[in-house]
Design a protein around this ligand. Structure first.
Ligand code: HEM
Length: 144
C-alpha cells in the first residue's frame, strides 16, 4: 500500500485546494459549459438552459466553491439552494444525468488535476446528479 501524501479529499478545504481554488473551479466550469454548448451528446440538456450561459457559469462556480470546502459564495451572493428541489422544475432522467456528467468528465479531463482527484471529483458529483434525477422524476409522477 502506498501512503497518501495529500490530505483526504472531502476534509476541510482539501478538495477546494486540489481544484485550484476559485480560479481552478472557474476554469473547470467555463470548460464544462463550453462542452455543453458544443457537444452533440449534450444538446437536450443544453436546450434546458438559457441562451446566455454566463449567469449559470457564475452560479455553478460559486456553488462548487462552497461544495468543495472553500468560500460559500453561492450562499453569499444568491442565498440558499437545494440542488435536487431546484432542478425538479425540469424533466431530468438518467440520460440527461449522463449527459451532464459526460460534460463534467470531459471538463475535468482538461484540468491539470491529479488522476486521484479527477476520479474523486466525478464520483462525488454523481451523488447530487442522482438526487436531481430522483427529485425530478418524483415531481413528474406527482404531476400525473
Ligand atoms: C443531473 C443533471 C443536471 C441537469 C440536466 C441540470 C440542468 C440545469 C439547468 C437547466 C439549470 C438552469 C440554467 C439556466 O437558468 O439557464 C441548472 C442550474 C444550476 N445547476 Fe444544474 N443540472 C444538473 C445537475 C446539477 C448538479 C449535480 C449540480 C451541483 C453539483 C448542479 C448545480 C446547478 C446550479 C448551482 C445551478 C444554478 C442555480 C441558480 O439558478 O441559482 N446541477 N442546472
Amino acid at each position: 500500500m502506498t501512503k497518501s501524501t495529500h490530505p483526504l479529499f472531502g476534509t476541510a478545504d482539501a478538495s477546494y485546494q486540489a481544484a485550484g481554488e476559485l480560479e481552478g473551479i472557474h476554469q473547470l466550469v467555463a470548460d464544462f459549459y463550453q462542452i455543453m454548448d458544443s457537444w452533440t451528446g449534450a444538446a437536450k440538456i443544453r436546450a434546458m438552459h438559457k441562451a446566455d450561459l454566463s449567469q449559470s457559469e457564475d452560479k455553478l462556480t460559486c456553488f462548487l466553491s462552497g461544495w468543495l470546502g472553500g468560500p460559500r459564495l453561492y450562499q453569499e451572493r444568491y442565498g440558499s439552494i437545494s440542488i435536487p428541489a431546484f432542478h425538479a422544475q425540469w424533466s431530468i432522467d438518467a440520460e440527461a444525468r449522463d449527459a451532464w456528467l459526460g460534460c463534467m468528465q470531459q471538463a475535468i479531463d482538461r484540468q491539470p488535476y491529479s488522476a486521484d482527484f479527477k476520479r474523486y471529483l466525478l464520483a462525488q458529483l454523481s451523488i447530487p446528479a442522482n438526487r436531481v434525477v430522483q427529485a425530478s422524476q418524483a415531481r413528474q409522477q406527482a404531476a400525473q
